[in-house]
Ligand binder design. Sequence first.
Ligand code: MN
Ligand code: MN
Length: 392
Amino acid sequence: MPGETKRTGDPMDGSLRGGTEDGPRDIMREREHPDMMVPPVTDSGTLPNLRFSFSDTHVKLCDGGWTREVTERELPVAKTISGVNMRLNPGETMTGVRELHWHLENEWAYMISGAARVTIIDLEGTMHVDDVPAGDLWFFPTGLPHSIQALADGCEFLLAFDDGAFSEEYTLLLSDFLAHIPPEVIAKNFGWSQEIVELLPKDELYIFPALTPGPLADDLPRGVEPGSGTPYTFHISQASPVDCPGGRVTVIDGSNFPITTISCAVVEVDPGGMRELHWHPNNDEWQFFLAGYARMTVFNTGSVARTFNYLAGDVGTVPRATGHYVENIGDTRMRYLALFASPQFQEVSLQQWLAKLPPALVKAHLNLPDDVIAKLKKDRQLVVAGTPRSER
Ligand code: MN
Ligand code: MN
């Protein structure tokens, strides 16, 4: 190499491939993505972009909170799911409410912080009401109208819709519906006078403050006890986390949340740990990183592989059936949601497959000694353990 000396942050690796960088540069961003600045030597060819941060989105500010979204517009490869991050404000007397609405897509949600009261009416005309605290989920099927309102402490949540082209701008709002129906039709429908019709809002409300909800029991339909739950909400205490060598995984899919057509794995990876090499036969994976620092390599046909880094607030995506791992490269626990627009969570573990093949077949492919093949783990590991980078 002709006279280059690596400085911190330069796109140059230990063997001095690459070179120094004079800029222009955004050095903070470059340091957040070390595996893009200095990709592993195993990276090859091109893949579509597989990362987009909610921090790079346009935020819609409202009187009662805010919302932002990562759709196919931001991350074109993500065709199966789009995501919305929404905040509804706290308050002792008024809290943020997401206006009554419905939409074509199925809606799945994960409460990140705080708690909300949600309502949904089903096709039999039964109203379902529940409170959803942090870690809990809901699923609202296509076309059924629903509401979300923060309890006194406010709330923030992730919404996922089973169409990458969905946008929060494409929902059917109560106020918008009535504002676009002739007033005499509204009067006839409800048996109202024109004076009453005049009271209706002229513009959409979307996210606005409304009286803080009282005790759940006050809003429940007659005969329903608080704590009895609904088919449309899922309390994470109902799930069974799987303890793994390097973390834990909680799957919420049609097997324990029968109404959902969107499956989810809540993945926690301890420092140094790694979601094992695997792939998903049935659908693309749409990830939302909740905490920590990760890297992921995705391998596809044509000897193509590319490595990306992920921070809290990032969205990642993995095309169906492509090989990948997700490694915790930080010093704190890394957490992410893995979502699939399919009712069942499905995966193939590379290690389990190799462990259960005839050993001679594995040896013929990988040149491994018999004792190494014999020690391959026959159970899915989900998350393997490892030494944190800071201790290596
Ligand atoms: Mn909705
Ligand atoms: Mn995966």
